[in-house]
Ligand binder design. Structure first.
Ligand code: CTP
Length: 405
């Protein structure tokens, strides 16, 4: 069935890119209802939008020619309400739940997802009040696409540039499809952790975060609410995913523990460092003082803490086991982790086949047995794992789509 999107434009230089968003949505077969804030028309012309969409541009709630309440009628028609661009002022008004113009009243009456594509000067984005407003909106379930790091209107560069139209359109189309994981809330960890030795050195590992980011991307694409706790990695945040960046195992533990009660599934794909230096030197260790004897101490085992702290069956726990050795040994280690950490599913993989690679081969190990998949791209493996989780949560695991084993 064809979809309808209310495209709300607010007053930012990036408003010209909303024209391209409207055009691309139209090309994808989406009906676009353009809505302007009062200041949007100072940046772009309503005629451009009505010409591209074939729909009148709405700005005021007080249009006497419109039968009934305009915001309610638009909300009824729209599968997604998208704010492109969303200024700092619009984010603030949305976070307060105001309904003092058509755009905010429409957001309050939305029956489906609300999505924002922020656009502002980097100092405005970094301001504590904007940070607070964005956190409030995220907690309310508003989806963010961007902003991204790049050149902004002032000629400066920084975080605050609006995402590119194609990325915004993907996120809108994603939001318009309920997907088979709709209603599920997932917490995914990804990447390595860095354990500081001194202000310039750390202990780390070679995890790229690609598998965890693929899981987060595919879960969001399939309709789940996804929170991604990421160690230091170079991957871009997938559309519709709420990302929290951490550095050390202890920071990752705090972020996971904070979210665990609010999620249905935790997937620990991060390569959490097992050890950290016992003490972090406040100043740089000097070569002239000789090679230091590093004393290490054990990090908390986040997955084991989740498994052993569970009273019922929620959240559903998926662990990873990154090993070296023959298949039989890798599977035996995974079985041991399944029992010791009290988790529901372990994804076992081989370091040589996985680290930094775009493809991988995995063994899914649970109480009922072992299933091997791949080598295939990590996105396809993410789908296999997610289908398995969905099946387990529904009580009967349907056969996962086998990309090729
Ligand atoms: N894990 C964790 N916290 C740690 C270490 C690991 O939550 N401090 C999680 C990983 O995210 C992964 C799983 O536990 O999902 C297995 O990690 P792995 O390092 O393979 O296993 P270990 O428990 O560290 O066992 P070993 O190193 O002895 O193989």
């Amino acid at each position: 069935m064809s979809k309808t999107v209310a495209l709300c434009v607010s007053g930012s230089i990036a408003a010209y890119k909303a024209v391209e968003v409207a055009r691309l949505l139209g090309k994808a077969g989406v009906r676009v209802l353009p809505v302007f804030t009062e200041s949007a028309a100072k940046f772009v012309g309503p005629v451009t939008f009505s010409g591209i969409t074939g729909e009148p541009v709405r700005t005021s709630m007080w249009d006497a020619s419109f039968p009934g309440e305009m915001h309610v009628k638009l909300a009824q028609d729209a599968d997604v309400v998208a704010m492109v661009p969303a200024t700092a002022d619009l984010l603030a008004r949305l976070a307060q739940g105001r309904a003092d113009d058509l755009v905010t009243a429409l957001a309050l009456s939305a029956r489906g997802p609300v999505l924002v594509a922020p656009s502002m000067h980097p100092r405005m984005w970094a301001h504590p009040s904007t940070t607070r407003n964005a956190a409030t909106l995220r907690a309310d379930g508003v989806r963010f696409v961007g902003p991204v790091d790049g050149p902004v209107a002032s000629g400066e560069t920084g975080m605050g540039r609006m995402s590119e139209p194609a990325d915004i359109v993907s996120a809108i189309l994603l939001a318009a499809e309920p997907g088979d994981l709709a209603g599920l809330s997932l917490l995914v960890t990804a990447g390595p952790t860095y354990e500081d030795i001194d202000p310039v050195r750390f202990l780390g590992n070679r995890s790229s975060g690609k598998m965890g980011f693929a899981l987060a991307a595919r879960a969001a694409a399939r309709g789940a609410q996804v929170k991604l706790v990421a160690g230091p990695v170079a991957e871009a945040t997938p559309p519709g995913v709420q990302r929290v960046d951490v550095r050390s195992a202890e920071e990752m533990r705090a972020a996971v523990m904070d979210a665990r009660a609010r999620v249905d599934v935790v997937i620990m794909s991060a390569a959490v460092a097992d050890f950290r230096p016992e003490a972090v030197s406040a100043s740089k260790l000097k070569k002239s003082d000789g090679a230091p004897a590093l004393r290490l101490t054990q990090n908390p085992d986040i997955l084991a803490e989740l498994g052993q702290g569970r009273t019922g069956t929620a959240p559903f726990l998926v662990g990873f086991a990154l090993e070296t050795g023959a298949d039989a040994d890798v599977i035996a280690y995974a079985r041991e982790k399944l029992v010791r950490k009290r988790v529901d599913l372990v994804v076992a993989n081989h370091a040589a086949e996985s680290l930094g690679k775009d493809e991988n081969r995995i063994h899914l190990v649970d109480a009922s047995g072992v299933e091997t998949h791949g080598p295939v791209p990590k996105g396809a493996l993410a789908d296999v794992i997610l289908t398995r989780v969905r099946g387990a949560l529904r009580g009967a695991a349907p056969a996962p789509p086998a990309p090729s084993s």
